[in-house]
Design a binder for this molecule. Structure first.
Ligand SMILES: *Cc1c(COP(=O)(O)O)cnc(C)c1O
Length: 384
């Protein structure tokens, strides 16, 4: 996130509806080329984490490179089976009894978060799909507590102390997911902790899934180390199939949110109110929280005209951040937020009864198509 803008052509921003998410297939393809290089050099399979990015119109492009998807719930698993194909892996803190049969019908692999869940479902799952256990290596690399699956009292994954080697009949793999937006040195340290705590079980396993949070396509990410670490692990455990399941790395910096200025008010500073919302259209801005990058804008004071960019909902804190521009903003001006393909369309909402942004594909040849326009019905159908 917050990557400095690349030397890209942004003349198209006047040609899309406002607000809209624009998914850039050329940029997506650049990410895929990097991930394909990793798959080939390290001998791993890479799955798309659907919870991050699930724009199925792009799946024909993605499925040429990625081996499948990982799903966090029933509907993601179904989307994966029907729209993506390949291997569908599912994992969740717990599965619902009444959904499990259907979930199973979509899956290649199911990972259980506890031995109690495994005991509850093993009769239905064993022999039908590959079954795994999520473990918690109790090694924290993530600094923000709400994104750290290894923090105190975490419910995510079985700790060494609670591991039940007596219940492994039917389990063919181990899964860990402990990273978020991190580099390969974090994976290296995590793998040491994983092998120290769970390495003795690996001879009985057929696969290991190292989760997501690998920021592989971020400029400066140490891919060489990633490949070295993965190949080293493979050399120690040559019988294991290895998986990574990143979300962010697949669609990082491959999308934009185009919005427009509706009004400019003044209260100690100039505040531009946009036809979008941090709370409704880019919730991670408030949840992480972070300040998204805006094309052509600098930090406050860097250029002559500083504005707070804010949303059109009632929430006082519906603010994207403070930015400066070379020219004063005017009503109708377009504002382009970068890196908005990930954790955006999958998380947005219609708070305040505002509409959802359109979804636009920008093809490698520069052509644009609005592939989805939302309406009142999308708001109403979630209510009763
Ligand atoms: C969130 C998550 C991912 C994807 O994480 P990114 O940070 O988007 O790469 C993969 N696996 C699991 C189990 C997750 O919870």
């Amino acid at each position: 996130m917050n990557e400095p803008e690349k030397a890209l052509d942004f003349r198209w921003i006047g040609d899309v509806p406002s607000p809209s998410y624009v998914i850039d297939l050329g940029l997506l393809a650049e990410n895929l080329a990097v991930l394909d290089g990793v798959q080939k050099a390290a001998g791993v399979k890479i799955l798309l984490a659907l919870k991050c990015f699930a724009a199925f119109s792009t799946f024909p492009l993605l499925r040429g490179v990625l081996s499948g998807v990982c799903a966090s719930g029933l509907f993601e698993a179904r989307l994966g089976r029907e729209e993506f194909g390949g291997e569908v892996h599912a994992g969740a803190p717990a599965f619902r009894e009444e959904e499990f049969g259907e979930l199973l019908s979509y899956c290649h692999t199911v990972t259980f978060n506890s031995f109690a869940q495994w005991e509850r479902y093993r009769g239905r799952a064993a022999g039908k799909v590959h079954c795994g256990i999520r473990v918690n290596p109790e090694h924290s690399e993530v600094k923000t507590a709400i994104y750290d699956p290894c923090g105190p009292f975490s419910r995510l994954g079985v700790t060494r102390k609670n591991f039940r080697p007596d219940l492994l009949e039917g389990i063919s793999g181990l899964h860990f997911h402990t990273l978020c937006e991190l580099d390969s040195d974090s994976l290296e340290r995590t793998l040491s902790a994983f092998e120290e705590k769970f390495g003795h079980l690996l001879p009985r396993m057929e696969w290991v899934n190292m989760g997501g949070g690998h920021h592989i396509t971020r400029p400066g990410y140490d891919i060489e180390r990633l490949v070295r670490v993965l190949r080293g692990f493979s050399a120690r455990h040559p019988h294991l199939a290895l998986y990574l399941e990143p979300g962010e790395a697949v669609a990082l910096n491959a999308g934009f949110l185009v919005a427009s200025v509706l009004d400019i008010v003044e209260n100690g500073m100039a505040i531009a109110i946009l036809d979008t919302s941090a709370a409704a259209h880019m919730p991670d801005v408030l949840e992480m929280p972070y300040r998204p990058a805006v094309i052509g804008a600098g930090t406050p004071g860097e250029h002559l005209h500083t504005y707070r960019l804010a949303g059109m909902t009632c929430l006082a804190g519906d603010v994207m951040g403070d930015y400066s521009f070379k020219r004063p903003l005017a009503v109708g001006d377009r504002i382009v937020f970068t890196d908005m393909a990930i954790y955006s369309m999958v998380k947005n909402n219609t708070f305040n009864g505002i509409g959802l942004p359109s979804i636009v594909l920008r093809r490698a040849d520069g052509s644009l198509s609005e592939i989805r326009r939302f309406s009142y019905e999308d708001f109403r159908n979630r209510l009763s």
